[in-house]
Design a protein around this ligand. Structure first.
Ligand code: NAG
Ligand code: NAG
Ligand code: NAG
Ligand code: NAG
Ligand code: NAG
Length: 446
């Protein structure tokens, strides 16, 4: 009898030993490093982006701080703020966890021993999490780059906030084919949901799209064109793998710091740089933002200059560039003729009148007998610059396509090349001074 019992005892001992060993090797977050922050208490006193109310949380790494903020009462976003109180400048939101999925008062942010970081609403509903339970996470850190990371025992990042951009890329942050390959604009300062604009890293270019309720497909209004096609650094035979925003000091001259896209391509497998903008001081603390207005801008933070720490370093669709603001779909609101970045006229069936925000195209009925087209010469739609349209079309075919399509607001036709574009939204039209570029806009028959 004693014999089997001792076998039982020793195997139990073995089992216990095994369990103890495996618990030791299975990484856990030390209890002293776990935390729970509750969204409660007084709001901060300083001016932050979107005129938001905010509460700071403990994680801070100059000039970044984790916060809850809200622009409308009781709809909070967990976000990283950039800028310090000492800089006496606007503090901006450069990363967020839960766009479009706000939490309320008394929501909690919990980092548990299992290594998962969870944002839960006050009723316990999980609004956002890193999904890193039992994946070897031993610690949480907010790095001086603005990257919030969960790391394992060897310092590898199991999760990082840099992998989930929304509308902003900080220096060091990337877009990736097969990962997050786009930025999406914010709807408005007050409303933190996805807006209509996106910047997408496509296989051969960066592209910006405008999505509207009326249009079946997002409309292209800008591309990087030849950026990734200069000299040998070309994507002709391959495609973009990733693109990282970097800050590169000019070592020759010493006084310039470039904001550079570092990008990798597949064929030939290689990495390249493209300088996008520069400043005359260390611009490591910079970001690229796809704005509420659909424009793309670089901002740099320099904590040495109190009161005006921020500099708008570069605007992609800039009024002083060839491109100009007329390429912005909503530059002239619902409808307007744009020239040299200004809204200069409101097209009407009776000719051009002065532009105001009320300028609008009205199609009240779908029946072909209820509307007619009026014509504008030397006018393009914002989607025309970067799209080819349908070539070799007769104008009458282009027109009948629009007539049959209830949602078509008008069509655009280039007599050279017989190119046709159907427009589901008019918005900003550009004066191009080329009488072969024609616009036909639907208007109700009187
Ligand atoms: C938040 O929780 C505290 C403590 O449980 C409670 O007193 C307070 O009323 C709650 N606030 C809201 C807005 O629910
Ligand atoms: C692309 O491939 C073609 C055919 O293999 C080759 O002739 C050309 O040099 C390649 N271009 C680049 C930029 O690698
Ligand atoms: C980008 O892709 C290259 C090539 O695959 C890789 O070596 C590099 O680590 C990637 N960079 C980032 C930031 O993902
Ligand atoms: C620029 O600033 C960053 C931190 O703000 C620092 O790590 C880096 O060394 C600086 N670069 C140069 C060239 O001084
Ligand atoms: C007008 O546009 C067409 C392309 O649609 C182009 O071929 C032509 O050169 C332009 N004419 C002028 C005067 O710019």
């Amino acid at each position: 009898m004693a014999y089997p019992k001792s076998i039982y005892a020793s195997s139990l001992l073995l089992l216990l030993t095994f369990q103890v060993l495996s618990t030791i090797s299975e990484a856990v977050v030390p209890a002293s490093d776990t935390f729970t922050y509750i969204n409660e208490g007084d709001f901060g006193d300083y001016v932050v982006e979107y005129d938001a109310d905010y509460r700071t949380l403990h994680p801070f790494s100059n000039p970044f701080q984790l916060c809850f903020y809200n622009t409308t009462p009781n709809t909070f976003t967990l976000a990283l703020r950039m800028g310090t109180v000492r800089s006496e400048s606007l503090m901006r939101w450069v990363w967020e966890a839960n766009r479009g999925n706000p939490v309320r008062e008394n929501a909690t942010l919990t980092f548990g021993t299992d290594g998962n970081l969870i944002l839960a609403d006050s009723d316990g509903r999980i609004a956002w999490q890193t999904n890193t339970a039992n994946k070897g996470v031993v610690g949480f850190q907010l790095l001086p780059t603005g990257n919030m990371v969960l790391h394992d025992g060897k310092g590898n990042f199991i999760w990082q906030s840099f992998d989930s951009p929304t509308d902003t890329l900080l220096v060091g942050q990337s877009l990736r084919a097969g990962g997050v390959s786009k930025l999406v604009s914010r709807a408005s300062a007050a409303n933190n949901i996805d807006g209509p604009y996106s910047l997408i890293m496509e296989p051969k270019q960066l592209a910006m799209y405008y999505k509207s309720a009326n249009s079946p497909r997002p409309m292209l209004y800008w591309t990087s064109v030849e950026w990734f096609n200069v000299d040998v650094a070309t994507v002709t035979n391959g495609s973009l793998i990733n693109l990282t925003l970097t800050s590169v000091p000019d070592t020759d001259e010493g006084f310039l710091y470039y904001l550079t896209f570092l990008y990798y391509i597949t064929n030939p497998p290689s990495g390249w740089n493209r300088n996008m903008a520069y400043s005359r001081y260390n611009n490591t603390l910079s970001y690229l933002r796809l704005g509420i207005d659909g424009n793309l801008r670089f901002y740099t933070y320099n904590s040495n200059v109190q009161g005006v720490a921020w500099e708008l370093v570069y605007t992609f669709l800039d009024r002083n560039s060839i491109e100009g603001e007329c390429q912005l779909p909503e530059r002239c609101g619902k409808l307007g003729l744009c020239e040299n970045s200004e809204c200069v006229a409101c097209p009407t069936p009776n000719g051009l009148s002065g532009w105001s925000k009320d300028c609008e195209a009205k199609v009240t009925s779908c029946k072909a007998s209820d509307f007619a087209y009026y014509k504008l010469e030397g006018v393009d739609h914002f989607m025309i610059k970067y799209t080819r349209g349908d070539g070799g079309r007769k104008q009458s075919d282009c027109e009948s396509k629009c007539t049959k399509d209830c949602k078509c607001m008008g069509y655009f036709y280039h007599t050279q090349g017989s190119r046709c574009w159907i427009a589901y939204d008019l918005k900003t039209l550009t004066r191009v001074g080329n009488s072969t570029h024609l616009a036909y806009i639907k208007a109700p028959k009187k």
